[in-house]
Design a protein around this ligand. Structure first.
Ligand code: NIG
Ligand code: FE
Length: 407
């Protein structure tokens, strides 16, 4: 599409292949398609020849290419200050992620930088990352707190997440991840820290800053019992939960988040058969994070065939963070999911759209269908598999969120 930015939430585009993802399987390809929207909601997605007369009018000519639903990045830590390239170098020389974390590096090193930044500085450092994600097709972005680890700094992060959504014209879902790591002031008292997290949550929620609650359940994070307390606090506020589960060891995190009817279990490399079964029963999405797998040079694959066999929906996200996944493209995460986890390109596209939306509890996006939000991307590709085939590059010709052009 070669028109300049549009203000209107109404529009019509023709001259591209639609990749609707409508229905349970297949790309849902519509050649020579038309996509019409009103008030930010899709009213028609189908063959141009079938466009209802009342929706006809001035059309944007896409001039070829494919249109997919907008991408949903359902797991990121994109708000942070500083970077950890030095740790990357240390790991290349043989240091382990857990070893660095235990020596006072890792997450708490980003906590130091994030605490030191003002809200405006934090926004200025985080916005380019969000812009890069949007430029490569993201129209819904989840952002976690978790580098503040005290009330004021967690609040600052969540406020920055909300401001990014307002500034970029996309929907940002803010997740409270107070239980991400133990801050130095609580180093001898993890249960006391959980008391504090449980105290902050209703106050942050009362300010409209929390859409979901997450925790890092791991031997270098929090125990099952501590995670359970965080989840109980979320349940008391009717907030949905998700979990960093079974990334470095089988901590039975997937089963716990499923027990709470959670939206997603994320990472899940070490999740057991029992964990997968619990997720299947609860309808919990498996969020695959191949960026962290790749950067940490992991070898243990998530139980992909079990997820498929038990119809556990699989999502893919960037996990954009300064330690394990400095990844600024969800399309690149899809590529990594195909190469490392052998997802098919169709599975990867569903994982980054309809299943990512489900991992955020959003049923109004992720497919091109009347009634869905008008979130879509026009790509300079002949066929959708190219989205997972090219490494890098800039394939997105135009990105629309809620019917407005955002990139
Ligand atoms: O999803 N595991 C915890 N959280 C992040 C890493 C955060 C960091 O290292 O800064 C993750 O991989
Ligand atoms: Fe993460």
């Amino acid at each position: 599409m070669n028109e300049s930015a549009r203000a209107a939430e109404d529009g019509l585009v023709t001259g591209a292949t639609l990749v609707t993802l409508d229905g349970g399987a297949g790309y849902g390809l519509v050649e020579d398609g038309a996509l019409a929207w009103r008030d930010g909601v899709i009213r028609y997605a189908g063959p141009r020849a079938g466009l209802p007369g009342e929706l006809a009018g001035d059309a944007i000519d896409a001039g070829g290419g494919c249109i997919t639903p907008g991408l949903v990045d359902c797991h990121t830590h994109a708000v942070f200050a500083g970077e950890r390239a030095g740790e990357f170098e240390q790991r290349l020389q043989g240091a382990g992620y857990e070893q660095i974390a235990r020596a006072g590096g890792g997450i708490v090193s980003t906590v130091r930088h994030t605490r030191a930044a003002s809200e405006d500085e934090l926004l200025a450092q985080s916005l380019p990352r969000a812009r890069a994600l949007v430029a490569d097709g993201v129209t819904t972005l989840e952002i976690k707190s978790g580098y503040g680890l005290d009330f004021d700094n967690e609040r600052k992060m969540l406020r920055v997440a909300r401001r990014i959504g307002d500034m970029l014209g996309i929907e940002v879902r803010a997740t409270f991840l107070g239980a991400h790591a133990l801050p130095p002031e609580f180093s001898d008292d993890p249960d006391g820290y959980i008391d504090a997290v449980v105290d902050w949550l209703p106050r942050l929620h009362a300010e409209g800053l929390v859409d979901a609650v997450d925790a890092f359940c791991e031997r270098i994070g929090f125990s099952l019992a501590q995670t359970r307390r965080v989840f109980e606090a979320a349940r008391a506020l009717a907030l949905p939960v998700k979990l960093h589960a079974d990334q470095l060891s089988d901590g039975e995190g997937a089963a716990l988040v499923a027990e709470f009817g959670g939206l997603s279990a994320d990472h899940v490399e070490y999740t057991s058969m029992a964990g997968v079964e619990a997720m299947a029963v609860a309808g919990t999405v498996a969020v695959l994070l191949p960026g962290a797998f790749h950067v940490l040079r992991e070898t243990r694959l998530p139980p992909l065939d079990l997820f498929r066999a038990r119809h556990v929906p699989m999502a893919v996200a960037t996990d954009c963070n300064p330690g394990t996944s400095p990844l600024l493209s969800l399309r690149q995460a899809m590529q990594l999911a195909c190469t490392h986890f052998r997802l098919t390109p169709e599975e990867a596209l569903r994982a980054a759209t309809i299943n990512g939306a489900r991992a955020l509890g959003l049923g109004d996006r992720g497919a091109l269908r009347a009634g869905m939000r008008a979130d879509f991307v026009h790509w300079r590709v002949r066929q959708p598999a190219e989205l997972c085939y090219w490494l890098g590059g800039s394939l997105a010709a135009a990105v629309y969120a809620g019917g407005r052009r955002v990139a």
